[in-house]
Structure formats: C-alpha cells, structure tokens
Design a protein around this ligand. Structure first.
Ligand code: IFM
Length: 479
C-alpha cells in the first residue's frame, strides 16, 4: 500500500458529529472478493452474466476483482489506518451456501469468520449485508426472484448465517437495494440475470421484500442481541417544470423508486397509486394475504443509499436518461417507461449522476416526517470520478472529497434538525467492479491499480481519516 502526505493537521472542525456517530465505508462481495471458484463457492448470476457478450463494458469480469478474498488482512489494515469505526460488507450467498440450499459451506463461512475476527481485533465494527445481488445461479435456474420460493430460500440462508455469526456481528442488513435487484435485473436487463420481463420484475420486487421480511422473522426468532435492517436506495425527485405532466412523472418515479419500498417496509402496504400503475403491466395476484405484515416485520434501523436527484418530465419525447446504461438495456421504470430524465443543471459525476446534497436532506427529512421514527444510517454515499495517479504517486480526487464533505454536512444538519441518523458509510472503501460498467468507474476512497492490486490512499481517504479523528469536518474553503 502507498500512502501520501499523512502529516497530521490540528485544525478544529467547524462541524462536529455526536459521540458514537458511525464513521464507515462500504463494499460488496462480488465487487471486491474475486476467488470465484475457490473453497467450494458455487456460481452466481453475475458469474454467468459477465460471460455473456455485451453485458459488461469491455467484457470485464470479477473473477479476480480486487482480490480481497486473499488480501483481506491488508485491506483491514487500511481501514485501521483510516480510523474507520465500522465496515459494511456483504456476504456471498453462493460462497456460503452451495447452489442456495442446504447446510452452510464451512470453507466459505471460515473466510467470513476470519474477516470478522480481523475487524474486531482492529476495533472496527462489522456491518453485514446478506444479499448484494449475487443470487446463486441454481436459484435463478429455478425461477429467480420472480419465484416465491426464492424468498424462502433467502430466509433459510439468512437465518443460518445469522446463527453462525450473530455472536460477533451486531449489525445486519438483509437485502441491498431491492429496486436495483428487481428492476435492473428483470426489467431493463442491465444487471444480472439480464431478463427484460417487466411483469416478472414486479414479482421480483415483491419477493425481494418478502425475502427481507421472512429473514427478519427468522433471525429475530433466534433471540440474539443483534440489530437488523434493510437497505434501500432513495432519490430526491423533482419535476422538470411545474406542468401537471411533470408532477405526475414525479409521482410515478418517486412511487416506484422510493414509496414502493418505504411504504411496504415501514407502513405495511404498497402505495395505492403505484399498485394501480403496476396493475396495468401484469396481474398482481402474487401478493398473498399476510405478505405485507411479513414485509413490515419490525426492524431496528433503516439503511439508506443516496447518490443523486432525479429531475423528471412527463412531456412526450422528454425521455433523455440522465443515467444511461453502459450496455444495451431496456427501461427499469416499469409502467412509466415514457418518463424522461432530464439534466437539472448541476455538476455531474463520472456516472453522469447529478451532485446534489440538498436531495439527501430532503430524503432524510421526509423519512422523519412521513414514516414511523426509526434509527437511520447512510449505508452508501459517494461518487465516481476519473481518478489518475499523478507523478508524485498521489490521487488528488478533490471532487470526491468535496462531494463527501458536502453530503456529510447535510447529514449533520439533518441530525441538528432532529433526524435520528446514526452513521455514514462512504461508498466505496476501494475502487472495484462497478457492475455493468466493469472497472470503468472508480468510487473508492482507496485507488486500486488493477494490474498490480496496489492500493493507494486517495486524498479523499486521507481527508476522511482526518475527519474521523476530529469527529467532524474542517472548513475546506478556509485552507
Ligand atoms: O456500486 C454500487 C453498489 O453496489 C450499490 N449501490 C450503488 C453503487 C454505485 O453504483
């Protein structure tokens, strides 16, 4: 690992976070681990998908990724150097349970035990996500998320892992970003398994939520002293103009992206208007009696992934996607395919996503105002930029640093406004495999030179380490 300019600054922060605020960074299994054929790991939908021509930019795969499976000790040392108080990572279902059924694979489990022990020894709190999109291929072959049985399979897997590691992992999250798993995986086909079946994608969304609820019930029944939540990706959504059509576009996109998940998880029902839109796409008879109670099983915290704001237009011909897929893909906006995503005039990241921390403020205050009080955690927030290693061997990622600083300031002001926000996880700890974008987009605080696997702390990492040490943020413009 290479570090640069680690000299300690003594400045006083102009914004200080409450004692106990969680300062974290996040990753996910498939994006970093590699070792796809080691120690009994079975095949996931992503292993299959990356091998299909045209699915991932430049034909990249994650067979090696950033080799975290073998380098986890070094990576924990980096976390320690940064002073992280918590690390959020996901566990690979096909590594832990061969083909998604039966007893846990002892060699897979051993890897996660070693990782967790390493983290605990370094004083870093492990936050586990049980599903970050790497469905065992065998379960996809049996129908995938549109099949109700996949929810039961997930609950079995989740409860087995929780039983095995619940003595040393306190914070658990079930499913990460069910919107993506359902609508990018089964409607647009941009993500694995690459199906373009809008009606099936609605079933997938419901079964991902049901999987969450069944897992929460099963894990709770074990009586361990753990905290359990789910992770959703939320956006602020604004109309392009004040027209009625654009307001209806907001209703639809906010409905499918935000309210479909928040209302079901926190209020125990789907929004009526969204159900009405979706019922025009397919029969919703797969929603069975009792499902909504299961989905709304009480949780201890809600984990929020926030990146950007959507500005939407209902005008005919307004469909210019602000976040175009890198590969040939359909629309994930089931039932609302004609809605346009327009540029709201803000700076964009390398993903084309608009930078808008005011959107995070809106999302947090809305949660506090419209939903039952529940501890909140930002489980992902960050930005991709085209980083370069400069001749001095450093990575001067000033835009990422400013992005995270601005979003953390927003978190602080939300806390001051009374929002029960407990912590923040930067996405991502290290550059990694960015799904359909392959290695073409870098989100890390830590730069990874893929050919050598060298890790280099970017300026944002050094700044984040200092912020953690200070427990707050220095005024960047006063430097
Ligand atoms: O890399 C992804 C992550 O896997 C899920 N949330 C968004 C990130 C950036 O696209």
């Amino acid at each position: 690992m290479t570090t640069h300019d680690t000299k300690t600054k003594v400045d006083t922060p102009d914004v200080t976070f409450p004692t106990g605020f969680v300062w974290g960074a996040a990753t996910s299994a498939y994006q970093i681990e590699g070792a796809v054929a080691e120690d009994g790991r079975s095949v996931s939908i992503w292993d299959t998908f990356v091998r299909q021509p045209g699915r991932v930019l430049d034909g990249d795969d994650a067979d090696v990724a950033i080799d975290h499976y073998h380098r986890y000790r070094d990576d924990v040392r980096i976390m320690s150097e940064l002073g992280l108080t918590a690390y959020r990572f996901s566990m690979s279902w096909p590594r832990l349970q061969v083909d998604g059924k039966g007893p846990l694979n002892p060699r897979g489990l051993d890897f996660y035990k070693r990782l967790v022990d390493e983290l605990l020894a370094a004083g870093i709190d492990p936050w586990v996500t049980l599903y970050h999109w790497d469905l065992p291929q065998a379960l996809e072959d049996a129908g995938g998320w549109p099949s109700r049985d996949t929810s039961k399979r997930f609950a079995d897997y989740a409860t087995a892992v929780h039983a095995a590691l619940g003595d040393r992992v306190r914070n658990w999250s079930t499913v990460n970003e069910p919107w993506c798993a359902a609508f990018l995986g089964y409607a647009s086909g941009e993500h694995a398994p690459g199906r373009r079946e809008p009606a099936a994608s609605i079933e997938a969304a419901h079964h991902l939520l049901l999987a969450h609820g069944l897992a929460v019930e099963g894990m709770r029944a074990q009586g361990l002293q753990t905290r359990i939540g789910g992770s959703v990706n939320l956006y602020a959504v604004s109309p392009a103009t004040s027209s009625e059509a654009d307001h209806d576009a907001v209703r639809r996109i906010d409905g499918l992206q935000n309210r479909f998940f928040l209302d079901s998880l926190l209020l125990g029902h789907y929004p009526e208007d969204v159900l009405s839109d979706l019922s025009k796409v397919g029969d919703l008879g797969f929603i069975k009696d009792g499902d909504m109670e299961t989905i709304a099983a009480p949780i201890d915290m809600l984990l929020i992934n926030y990146y950007s704001r959507f500005t939407v237009s209902g005008a005919p011909g307004g469909a210019v996607s602000a976040a175009a897929a890198p590969t040939d893909a359909g629309s994930p906006w089931v039932g609302s395919e004609s809605i346009g995503f327009v540029n709201g005039g803000r700076p964009v990241t390398a993903m084309g996503w608009e930078v808008d921390d005011t959107g995070l403020h809106e999302v947090l205050l809305r949660l506090a105002a419209e939903y039952p009080a529940i501890p909140l955690v930002i489980s992902e927030n960050g930005a991709a930029y085209d980083d370069e290693v400069t001749p001095d061997g450093a990575v001067h990622d000033t835009e990422r640093l400013a992005y995270i600083d601005a979003h953390l300031r927003t978190c602080h002001s939300a806390i001051e406004a009374g929002v029960p926000l407990e912590g923040y996880f930067a996405w991502s700890l290290m550059d990694n495999f960015e799904w359909a974008w392959g290695y073409g987009k870098r989100f890390g605080l830590v730069y990874v030179d893929y050919p050598t696997q060298e890790r280099i702390l970017k300026d944002s990492a050094l700044w984040y380490a200092e912020s953690i040490r200070l427990g707050g943020l220095r005024n960047l413009s006063a430097q």
